[in-house]
Design a protein around this ligand. Structure first.
Ligand code: PMP
Length: 292
């Protein structure tokens, strides 16, 4: 069932330097970004009116844009100001911000030469949290049949829309099988990440997470590693495989949207979703995210 579309909402969206009415923020069907995924985006959570890790997200947006060869029309500061304007004008206390940059309609040739680079920042109140139900029972994961492209596919450190067709496939593969998400392996069968989140496993007192190579080194992942180290937890960034999960006590996913999400099972292996380390890390994360 389709819910009321995002295009039908009310409010303002910052588009190429101006706040425009929500329903007027339109692009043409012959748009380079739409056809060839020449676009990059971010996802930011707002807690108590404050966007968490805003500078880090905008820096990553710029890194993604530069990786695609986009000419930057705005500075980091401009986009930070645009984000604050969107939060203020839409009165967002707890919500979600979606900045995006894309190539326009000036050319449909693949090199995009002559295409304008557009920037927009949208944001909305009450980030729908279908995830709170999942948090109670933990995410049920499969191992996806889709493998990560190798390290030399330069887009892994970006949020380029182009790589999200894979996340889309992985998520839908899992859903069709009755699961919540899929873990992707690399070419050597090492665990990488889930469709839109990073992966951690707990072994006794040790927190283990894959070495970022052919997957996004998430801002939440980095925050969790930082919190864990501050709490004196041993953090191992190593390559490991699905069979190594047999001896894990617990596992969880991290991401801006899902925060810290306990994992109930991976391919039938079950884990402790109430593990004390998960509780400690998720509580500390919430405290950091919500403090002004
Ligand atoms: N991997 C992918 C593919 C993602 O889309 C996300 C969400 N941005 C993450 C990991 C987690 O990143 P972050 O913690 O920065 O949200």
């Amino acid at each position: 069932m389709l819910s009321t579309g995002f295009d039908k909402r009310e409010g303002k969206i910052w588009m190429d330097g101006q706040l425009v009415n929500w329903q007027d923020s339109k692009v043409h069907i012959l748009n380079h970004g739409l056809h060839y995924a020449t676009s990059v985006f971010e996802g930011i959570r707002v807690y108590n009116g404050v966007p968490f890790k805003l500078k880090e997200h905008i820096d990553r947006l710029m890194h993604s844009a530069v990786t695609l060869g986009f000419v930057l029309k705005y500075s980091v500061e401009d986009l930070i100001n645009a984000t604050h304007a969107v939060i203020e004008t839409n009165r967002i206390s707890n919500g979600y911000i979606r900045p995006i940059a894309w190539l326009g309609s000036e050319s449909m040739i693949i090199d995009g030469a002559g295409c304008a680079v557009h920037f927009a920042v949208a944001g909305w109140q009450s980030f729908e949290d279908a995830r709170s139900a999942m948090r109670e029972v933990g995410a049920r994961l499969i191992v996806s049949k889709w493998r990560k492209p190798s390290m030399d596919a330069a887009l892994h450190s970006t949020k380029a829309s182009a790589i999200y067709s894979m996340s889309y496939m992985v998520k839908n593969e899992a859903k069709k099988l009755g699961y919540d998400d899929g873990l992707m392996l690399d070419g050597e069968s090492n665990i990488t990440e889930a469709s839109t989140s990073n992966f951690f496993a707990i072994y006794g007192e040790v927190l283990r997470t894959p070495v970022p190579g052919c997957f996004l080194n998430g801002i939440t992942r980095q925050t969790i590693i930082d919190i864990a180290k501050q709490k004196g937890i041993d953090v191992e960034e190593v390559d490991f495989k699905v069979e190594d999960l047999r001896t894990a006590d617990a596992a969880f996913l991290t991401g801006t949207a899902i925060e810290v999400m306990p994992v109930q099972c991976v391919s039938g292996m079950r884990f402790d979703i109430n593990h004390s380390m998960i509780k400690l890390l998720s509580e500390e994360y919430r405290i950091r995210a919500s403090s002004r």
